[in-house]
Write a protein that binds this ligand. Structure first.
Ligand code: PAF
Length: 282
């Protein structure tokens, strides 16, 4: 595995690669890698000839300074895991490489209502930050395929929109959420949970599974309320439990029994905020 820290060096490598290769897969990450990230790398290796991963903790997507400060860093282990799993190139930029001249991109991305609902509502500015970094990374890496995880469901939609907005010819491949044995969605933030919290955190997925089992056509108000109350009883502090159309994330209060739906949850356990989602009917 080649490790590159400068955008220019990626450009030089790409010139060589592109002469011999037609598909370049890209897996952007913020490090603290777990099996979910590795599954993205594996999928990319299945589909593409060359796979580039990046590790960059993007300051502009953190709406909470404390969350940024406490974001887990496990660089040595990450490099080992990427190497072992066959990553070809690791792009490891520092902040000046992504935001040169200390200027954080002033670009505003027109994300429409995606920016103001769910994660957008509770993490103002978050998706603009995600778009800033992903847009910059896609310019540097110029992949043919981009691999991201379904765990960040709304982020998947935002990145799909970004690709459309920028007119990029990149195939977006959304990969399934990987889970711990108890059902907890794998996430870098899980490293901030103690053992007991890790057990308790599985309640989020159990709640979503319960919704999947109980959903019936008609009003969904009670289902959402019951799920929220359940999580509060289990000592979570939920930001939201929502049911939305799977294709566009429009919240659904009355279900006609046919629309494809997704249930999404965001909740704090202690001071760690976790998100998860599950497709209900598809
Ligand atoms: O999902 C993530 O880890 C990040 O939001 C991403 C896509 C790497 C952008 O910083």
């Amino acid at each position: 595995m080649i490790i590159l820290k400068h955008a220019d060096d990626i450009g030089i490598q790409l010139k060589k690669i592109k002469a011999a290769t037609s598909s370049i897969g890209f897996v952007p990450t913020m490090g603290a890698l777990h099996k979910g990230h590795i599954s993205l790398l594996q999928k990319s290796k299945e589909v593409c000839e060359i796979t580039i991963c990046s590790i960059f903790i993007n300051p502009t997507q953190f709406n909470n300074a404390d969350d940024f400060k406490k974001y887990p860093v496990t660089l040595e282990q990450d490099i080992y895991a990427l190497e072992k799993n066959g990553c070809d190139i690791l792009f490891l930029p520092d902040v000046n490489e992504i935001y040169p001249g200390e200027t954080i991109s002033k670009n505003h991305f027109n994300l429409g209502y995606l920016e103001t609902i769910l994660e957008g509502k509770y993490r103002p500015g978050h998706f603009q930050g995600v778009c800033q970094v992903v847009s910059r990374l896609l310019k540097i890496v110029a992949p043919t395929h981009l691999f991201i995880g379904q765990k960040d469901y709304q982020q998947c939609m935002v990145i799909k929109r970004l690709i459309e907005l920028e007119g990029l010819n990149i195939e977006l491949i959304i990969c399934p959420t990987l889970r711990e044995e108890n059902g907890l969605a794998m996430s870098s933030r899980n490293l901030r949970l103690d053992e007991q919290q890790r057990e308790e955190a599985a309640e989020i997925y159990k709640t979503l599974l319960g919704m999947q089992q109980k959903i019936k056509p008609g009003s969904l108000h009670h289902l959402k309320k019951e799920a929220t109350e359940y999580l509060i009883k289990k000592n979570f502090n939920p930001d939201y439990i929502e049911i939305a159309e799977a294709g566009n994330l429009n919240p659904v209060n009355e279900w006609d029994g046919t629309a494809h739906l997704v249930a999404l949850a965001a909740a704090f356990i202690g001071d760690v905020r976790l998100i998860d989602n599950i497709l209900l009917k598809h």
